[in-house]
Design a protein around this ligand. Structure first.
Ligand SMILES: *[C@@H]1O[C@H](CO)[C@@H](O)[C@H](O)[C@H]1NC(C)=O
Ligand SMILES: *[C@@H]1O[C@H](CO)[C@@H](O)[C@H](O)[C@H]1NC(C)=O
Ligand SMILES: *[C@@H]1O[C@H](CO)[C@@H](O)[C@H](O)[C@H]1NC(C)=O
Ligand SMILES: *[C@@H]1O[C@H](CO)[C@@H](O)[C@H](O)[C@H]1NC(C)=O
Length: 155
């Protein structure tokens, strides 16, 4: 019985980890690439650790993503890491701004965020394009602030 519980915890931890991976820098993704910042990446060659010998850079206008093609139009797929352009900017409807990966501030109709702040629940991150504010999966329209104000994992 306790064996089952143990396996369950390990699996749950892995799923949680996969969630987080979406916006971490220097993490091997399903496409075998690890983004080092918004536009550059290393390859993993099937391992879980990026190979540091070479750093590749996406062509102009493309960002490093978790898609098979690695480099994609920023307007179509959010960068996996390093995109901080939207941080602290109120979203189009002036409802809220993401101030880090998992924190946000309300805008109350103004163009600058107020000091009324919130933190996303565990496993969720702030998406300025989403009415739910904190989401668990990115979409093509996601507006994510890649700043780590709060440590995501203590190991
Ligand atoms: C990303 O990292 C590469 C390699 O370290 C560097 O050459 C490049 O200037 C960086 N780009 C940005 C936008 O920080
Ligand atoms: C955003 O990222 C750029 C490039 O890595 C960096 O120079 C800049 O300081 C960052 N801005 C913030 C607010 O952290
Ligand atoms: C901004 O936030 C509001 C409310 O949370 C949402 O309805 C809207 O779609 C968001 N996105 C943009 C781009 O304005
Ligand atoms: C809310 O966040 C902003 C920016 O990160 C900060 O300057 C402000 O002090 C925070 N307000 C509160 C009440 O914590």
């Amino acid at each position: 019985m306790s064996h089952f519980i143990h396996v369950f915890i390990v699996v749950a931890a892995l799923i949680w980890q996969l969630d987080i991976v979406q916006s971490n820098c220097d993490v091997c993704q399903a496409n075998d690439a690890a983004c080092v910042n918004q536009t550059s990446y290393k390859l993993c060659f099937g391992k879980n650790i990026p190979n540091n010998d070479q750093i590749f850079t996406c062509p102009d206008g493309l960002v490093c993503t978790d898609k098979a093609q690695i480099c994609f139009q920023r307007s179509e797929v959010p960068a996996s890491c390093g995109d901080n352009d939207s941080c602290g900017l109120c979203n189009e409807s002036k409802t809220f701004a993401c101030t880090s990966r998992n924190t946000f501030s309300f805008c109350f109709g103004a163009t600058k965020p107020t000091t009324v702040n919130g933190t996303c629940p565990a496993g969720r991150f702030c998406d300025a394009s989403d009415v739910n504010i904190c989401v668990s999966t990115a979409t093509a329209n996601s507006i994510i602030c890649h700043l780590d104000k709060v440590p995501e994992s203590t190991g």
